[in-house]
Write a protein that binds this ligand. Structure first.
Ligand SMILES: O=C(O)CCC(=O)C(=O)O
Length: 294
């Protein structure tokens, strides 16, 4: 499933896109499951443990922005990750023993699907080492128009940027203060069933979906088994129940990496979308002020 040239480009650029990782039958099963989940959001008036809602959501006209932890809501999403093709890629990029950290399903609906401001996943969940990545399984064809994941190649070897506003974590970088050249960003595009793999320290974000095509992206955060979280450890049984392949260990590998703790916690809790609402310099929603950065 993955060539040595692709492994090399992941190490150099911090991301790689692999075509045809999930077959059409599995894609249809996942889409049917998602339709059922979204139908269950009707009647909700606020976010809950499963659903993160678009600002324009109404109980009688549901608009779901994210399904939280889909692998817990429906076992199918755990099984997709355990498919041999997926594990083969994970082993090539992270080593023989891999654990799931978390999952989420970003439903970027036609015309209103929300943007995600620039950030590094590392700012949310620092670990003892950074052999960690996120898989983005494309459940729809992803094109430039429908809000693809945008990545800044090579940024995974740079600093950990400040993700704070007014002294609290806000889950986003200030695009002006970062000094980065976002015109270098590359879109992760592909046919439904393709998947991107991006390093936990890679700078990434995505624009609003202004097209008439959906962009559903299933994200799995995966770690080398010897990367232990610096926060939110609950218990060993729960931790090890998320092993995907290989062996767990109680000997964390500690590697010096630039870390900023996501503390004090964000003012707005619940999801990255909520965390980021307090960001003032919004790259993806400020056509005037930040136009020069595009
Ligand atoms: O859905 C996207 O395009 C961005 C996903 C992402 O970076 C996140 O949810 O942390």
């Amino acid at each position: 499933m993955i060539t040595s040239a692709q492994v090399e480009s992941y190490r150099r650029d911090g991301y790689v896109v692999i075509d045809g990782l999930v077959d059409p039958v599995t894609l249809s099963r996942m889409r049917a499951s998602i339709d059922g989940m979204v139908a269950r959001s009707a009647g909700l008036s606020d976010h809950d443990d499963v659903f993160d809602l678009e600002p324009s959501h109404r109980p009688d006209a549901p608009r779901v922005r994210r399904i939280k932890k889909p692998h817990v809501v429906d076992r199918l999403f755990w099984e997709v990750l355990k498919q041999p093709a997926m594990l083969e890629v994970l082993r090539a990029l992270l080593g023989p023993s891999v654990r799931l950290h978390g999952s989420k399903l970003n439903l970027k609906a036609p015309r209103y699907g929300s943007a995600v401001e620039w950030h590094q996943d590392w700012a949310f969940y620092p670990h003892t080492n950074d052999d960690i990545l996120a898989i983005g399984v494309m459940l729809d064809d992803v094109l430039i128009e429908n809000g693809p994941l945008l990545v800044l190649p090579g940024s995974h070897t740079g600093p950990t940027f400040d993700h704070h506003a007014d002294g609290r974590f806000c889950g986003a970088m200030d695009p002006v203060a970062s000094g980065l050249d976002f015109s270098r960003a590359v879109p992760c595009i592909g046919k439904a069933g393709s998947a991107s793999f991006h390093h936990v320290r890679l700078v990434h974000g995505s624009a609003q979906n202004t097209s008439d095509r959906p962009r559903h992206l299933l994200l799995y955060e995966c770690t080398a088994a010897d990367a232990w979280p610096l926060m939110n450890f609950s218990n060993l049984d729960e931790f090890d129940s998320r092993m995907l392949c290989g062996e767990p260990t109680i000997e964390p590998r500690v590697v010096p990496t630039p870390i900023r703790m996501p503390l004090p916690p964000a003012l707005k809790q619940g999801s990255i979308y909520e965390n980021q609402t307090v960001l003032r310099n919004r790259y993806f929603e400020a056509p005037e002020g930040l136009a020069a950065l595009r």
